[in-house]
Design a protein around this ligand. Structure first.
Ligand SMILES: Nc1ncnc2c1ncn2[C@@H]1O[C@H](COP(=O)(O)OP(=O)(O)O)[C@@H](O)[C@H]1O
Ligand SMILES: [Mg+2]
Length: 283
């Protein structure tokens, strides 16, 4: 595995994305049929690719269909049209090649941190010795080694979410799917978690598709941002965070201070305002 290098400014650099396409989303559609007989178009003709080892963020206003797209990639919902291809295989149902982290904590309260992280491997009949070793690795990755025997009820919100991340990564998914994973955390914890996630992605070379409505979070974490229109959701614009120069920088202040950050932030804010479902509230 390539080691991250350091620039003169002490910022981490990442190995370049190797160019293999991991996930191909083509003409994705989702229509919900309500019991009233009404049909709701939630997602319309959404197309984008995610490259191997890339962090792709789906960004857009509330209700635009971000979670719907992610759930279809997870195989939890069936598309009404279009196709989803992961590593050359059409997605038709949930699978072990996709790991999902939700906003709400999803660990088992009656299992310790260690047992939670081992749970998926146990289901997959991984040997006890290998389970122990892998769990220790991922628990260390999320800085919870001291708490490996604790139960989720004894942990803070941020720590619980770190358990969920370790648990999901321990199954070694081909792609990590995250839906507003830090949305329930307070601002400072959220910031720390974002930086931790960047460190994790650096050392575990994970491909990530993440949903957020938070512009700063998207710019900090993403290599690629897919910006969606308001409901019904289409892709409005795809943006690469080129101002980071191909680096993955686990220091929020350093990212904000880079030339190019403010322009991108302003551009996205402008789109977010235009796409806001509440845009007419003052008129
Ligand atoms: N199970 C469902 N039944 C009917 N409509 C739904 C369902 N899930 C989502 N929707 C609708 O689809 C649209 C997109 O929702 P969602 O994907 O949750 O948006 P986001 O995650 O961007 O906030 C919304 O208008 C929502 O009301
Ligand atoms: Mg959502």
């Amino acid at each position: 595995m390539a080691q991250p290098a350091q620039t003169e400014a002490g910022l981490e650099t990442k190995p370049p994305v190797n160019g293999d396409t991991k996930l191909i989303v083509t003409g994705l559609m989702k229509e919900y049929h309500l019991s009233s007989g009404e049909n709701i178009q939630a997602v319309v003709d959404v197309s984008f690719d995610v490259q191997d080892n890339e962090v792709c963020v789906l960004l857009g206003p509330s209700g635009c269909g971000k979670s719907t797209v992610l759930r279809m990639v997870a195989g939890l919902e069936e598309p009404s049209g279009g196709s989803l291809v992961l590593d050359g295989h059409e997605i038709v149902e949930p699978g072990r090649d996709r790991g999902m982290v939700f906003q709400s904590y999803t660990s088992f309260d009656w299992l310790s941190v260690q047992e939670n992280v081992e749970y998926g491997m146990r289901l997959n009949s991984v040997s006890k010795a290998e389970r122990r070793e892998k769990a220790a690795h991922f628990i260390n990755l999320v800085n919870l080694t001291k708490f490996k025997d604790a139960f989720p009820s004894q942990l803070s919100g941020g720590m619980k979410q770190r358990v969920a991340i370790a648990r999901t990564l321990a199954n070694e998914p081909a792609i990590l799917l995250m839906d507003e994973p830090f949305g329930a955390l307070d601002a400072e914890t959220r910031w720390t978690m974002q930086e931790l996630l960047l460190h994790i992605m650096e050392s575990s070379q994970t491909t990530v598709l993440m949903v957020t409505h938070d512009i700063e979070e998207a710019i900090l974490l993403a290599d690629r941002i897919v910006f969606m229109t308001r409901h019904p959701g289409r892709v409005r614009e795809e943006l690469m965070t080129e101002f980071k120069g191909g680096r993955r920088i686990a220091d929020k202040e350093a990212v904000i201070n880079l030339p190019g950050y403010s322009e991108l932030d302003r551009h996205i804010m402008h789109m977010m305002r235009e796409e806001s479902p509440n845009r007419d509230v003052f008129t």
